[in-house]
Design a protein around this ligand. Structure first.
Ligand code: PBG
Ligand code: ZN
Length: 350
């Protein structure tokens, strides 16, 4: 009795209500963290060519965006900043009135319940575009830690709930934790970009954040894509140094690591569905080669199924809209109180 014909797995696939009943993973708006790129000025909404639907926003526009995100049920944003000027040491990154610091204060004022996370890295702010202090063409580890500590502290002072170091210097989580604790910010959490790979999938990000390295690349600090065991060591170290949330980035080519990390750690785990992953979906959809809605939801579901608790994604707003449409479609009742027939529109469900 252990196999066919007694066992027929198709029985529970027969109709949408049955499929919905036994569905193992459900996306919700609470799964998403939405990245925002803030820039100086007012009334600015600069579209990013390789990222349809994503804009560089001035602080006033970011406030409006926060209200919209709240309406979608999205609970967290991750802030990136475009400074007014760049220099060798990325001074605006840790200036009390830097663009991100301004945005944190504005968002906390406009939407106190929105969780404000900030990317902590120097590359958007340095003239050379690298993630740390550069000397003789090399990115120095230990001198960078001090600047990252300053940057995280100034974000905490402005009111950030979570600081997220993305630089991949050794020891940065511990260094940031120490500074925050010493300065009275023991409650500010750290989301560590723990296993962050030197990836081609960040290409469009560097357009969005204007942070391309002016010489060389990031392979001397970001991880080598083939290394899974080393990724576990990076995660272990960040946990030991006091990370509150851990991350694997990018997501799609690294889902094995999302799964391995899920099995190994009990911390909340985040996966970053990076820009190149988003751009590929958008481009193929524009060409009419794929169904954007179906593919995006399938990708996000796959990331969650692999073990991510939270997904940083540029699809967040679209995904919330699609999920709500699906939900309305499933739960609308007729006056007789019976469920309306759910028609399977092709391409709408995964
Ligand atoms: C800054 C940073 C990057 C991303 C997040 N933080 C770019 C990089 O490391 O080159 C990538 C985000 C994305 O591609 O969506 N270090
Ligand atoms: Zn960086």
């Amino acid at each position: 009795m252990s196999g066919f014909p007694a066992v027929r797995l198709r029985r529970l696939r027969r109709s949408e209500p049955l499929r919905a009943l036994v569905r193992e993973v459900q996306l919700t708006p609470a799964d998403f963290i939405y990245p925002l790129f803030v820039t100086h000025g007012s009334g600015v909404r600069n579209p990013i060519g390789s990222m349809p639907g994503v804009f560089q926003l001035s602080v006033d526009q970011a406030r409006r965006e926060a209200a919209e995100l709240g309406a979608y049920g999205i609970r967290a944003v991750l802030l990136f900043g475009l400074p007014a000027a760049k220099d060798e040491r990325g001074s605006e990154a840790y200036h009390p009135d830097g663009i991100v610091q301004q945005a944190i204060r504005a968002l906390k004022d406009a939407a106190p319940e929105l969780v404000v996370m900030t990317d902590v890295c120097l590359c958007e702010y340095t003239s050379h575009g690298h993630c740390g202090v550069v000397e003789q063409g090399r990115v120095l580890n230990d001198p960078t830690l001090e600047l990252l500590g300053e940057m995280a502290l100034s974000h905490a002072r402005a009111g950030a709930d979570v600081v997220a170091p993305s630089d991949m210097m050794d020891g940065r989580v511990g260094a940031i934790r120490r500074v925050l604790d010493e300065q009275g910010f023991a409650d500010t959490a750290i989301m560590a970009y723990s296993a962050k790979f030197a990836s081609g999938f960040y290409g469009p990000f560097r357009e969005a954040a204007d942070s391309a390295p002016q010489f060389g690349d990031r392979r001397a600090y970001q991880m080598d894509p083939p290394n899974a065991r080393e990724a576990m060591r990076e995660l272990e170290l960040d946990v030991a140094e006091g990370a509150d949330l851990i991350m694997v980035k990018p997501a799609l080519a690294y889902l094995d690591l999302v799964r391995r990390a899920r099995e190994r750690f009990d911390l909340p785990q985040v996966a970053y569905n990076v820009r190149g992953e988003y751009a590929m979906v958008k481009a193929a959809a524009q060409l009419g080669w794929i169904d954007e809605r179906r593919i995006a939801l399938e990708i996000l579901t796959g990331i969650k199924r692999a073990g991510a608790d939270l997904i940083i994604t540029y699809h967040a707003k679209d995904a919330c809209r699609w999920l709500e449409e699906d939900f309305r479609c499933r739960t609308t009742t007729t006056r007789a109180g019976t469920f309306r027939k759910t028609t399977d529109r092709p391409g709408n469900r995964y």
